[in-house]
Design a protein around this ligand. Structure first.
Ligand SMILES: NC(=O)c1ccc[n+]([C@@H]2O[C@H](COP(=O)([O-])OP(=O)(O)OC[C@H]3O[C@@H](n4cnc5c(N)ncnc54)[C@H](O)[C@@H]3O)[C@@H](O)[C@H]2O)c1
Length: 350
């Protein structure tokens, strides 16, 4: 498991451990380098080490090619889940080499290690919806009182996997993730390895170290509890994201690992039922914490930011009919609130 101390990685460690796996986590707390102390994930690493009897942490950078090749050769894991990354599209512009070396080259290191050490083992890669660049913004939109939505009925179920990733503005992060996404598909098709790319929308949950540049719901809830203003970047605060709880992500990954396919791609999100705009998120969070959200509005969207994005889940559900998101958006927010309250010292309480 790469990125084991992060939101998704830690959830997968817990789920696979609960189902009888010996789990090896690979992480070097790079999130604290990318985002500073608020991005630190050591607390989550320590939680796994304390709570999971059959968990082993490996302090390794996925850019360390000999180290990665050696570790995978030694362990020959039954499943590889790859969630380590530089995850922020805004941050990537100021650290282009770190971003590409981590997201693209780090993924290649792991893929080649898998090919040499365990080519039959499912390899599941956490990709992103940013591989579609800003192309979703070219879909006709309609403005509703609190959100944008697709006006084109072709997208009533959301964005499908057939949507083009070509000729749009991606951000350097979207480009480095697109490179890794294509490479993961290629190892699946060219070498018939059981690989898949999960193009995530907003993956969220209580174990996120949310920061302004990554982890919008987690960060927004932290701002609410600390009574700090949340900055909205453009689109009137009506930009829409679909949110999925990390436990539902982990469950899908488990289902894929049990019945893998080669070179697959899925859009992984909560779908329209679990979508919200920033304005709607303010109200949902306030209804749980009792604290009205202060905010600042900047009339300048983030470069390449989606106006409206929710995933079409029909392909996932047709390949894995037993899977569906099980956490409602309200329940997910409640869990994040509870976790932040436990982690922060002086939160606002009802
Ligand atoms: N959270 C989201 O909203 C979201 C959305 C779409 C896609 N994704 C993708 O899902 C994956 C997991 O996201 P997350 O939210 O859990 O991120 P996260 O930042 O919480 O976790 C990533 C972990 O990887 C580690 N890491 C980073 N670079 C590393 C390196 N070079 N070597 C070893 N470890 C390294 C970090 O320290 C961190 O603990 C990423 O690939 C991300 O791009 C996430």
């Amino acid at each position: 498991m790469s990125g084991s101390s992060g939101l998704i990685g830690s959830e997968i460690c817990v789920l696979f451990h609960a189902r009888g796996y010996q789990v090896h986590g690979l992480d070097n707390n790079q999130r604290a380098i990318f985002f500073g102390p608020m991005g630190d994930t050591r607390w989550n690493q320590r939680r796994l080490q304390k709570e999971l009897a059959h968990f082993e942490h490996h302090e390794l950078d996925i850019r360390d090619r000999p180290g990665v090749l050696q570790l995978v050769k030694t362990l020959a894991p039954d499943v590889i889940v790859h969630a380590a990354s530089q995850p922020s599209h805004d941050r990537a512009a100021s650290i282009p080499f770190d971003d590409f070396d981590t997201n693209a080259v780090g993924t290649l290191n792991l893929l080649q290690a898998a090919r040499e050490g365990c080519p039959q083992s499912p390899f599941i890669h956490l990709s992103t919806n940013k591989v579609y660049g800003d192309r979703p913004n070219t879909i006709a939109m309609r403005e509703l009182p609190t959100r944008w939505d697709y006006a084109d009925p072709a997208f009533e179920h959301g964005i499908p996997e057939t949507f083009s990733i070509d000729q749009s503005l991606h951000s350097l992060f979207g480009a480095s993730k697109a490179a890794s996404d294509v490479m993961v598909q290629e190892y699946g098709r060219y070498f018939q390895m059981p690989t898949c790319c999960l193009r995530g929308g907003c993956l969220t949950g209580p174990n996120h170290a949310g920061v302004e540049l990554h982890g919008f719901l987690s960060y927004l809830i932290r701002c609410n509890l600390e009574k700090r203003p949340y900055t909205i970047f453009g689109y009137k605060g009506k930009q829409v994201r679909d949110n999925i709880h990390s436990a539902d992500v982990a469950e899908f990954i488990y289902q894929f690992a049990k019945n893998p396919r080669c070179g697959e791609v899925y859009n992984l999100g909560g779908g329209k039922d679990h979508s919200c705009s920033i304005l709607e998120a303010f109200d949902l969070v306030a209804s749980i914490t009792g604290c009205k959200q202060e905010h600042v509005y900047l009339d300048q969207p983030r470069v390449g930011d989606h106006i409206c994005y929710y995933s079409d889940l029909r392909k996932m559900k047709s390949h894995y009919p037993q899977w569906t998101p099980t956490h409602s958006l309200t329940d997910t927010i409640r869990e994040i609130v509870d976790q932040w309250r436990a982690r922060l010292t002086e939160p606002c309480r009802r």
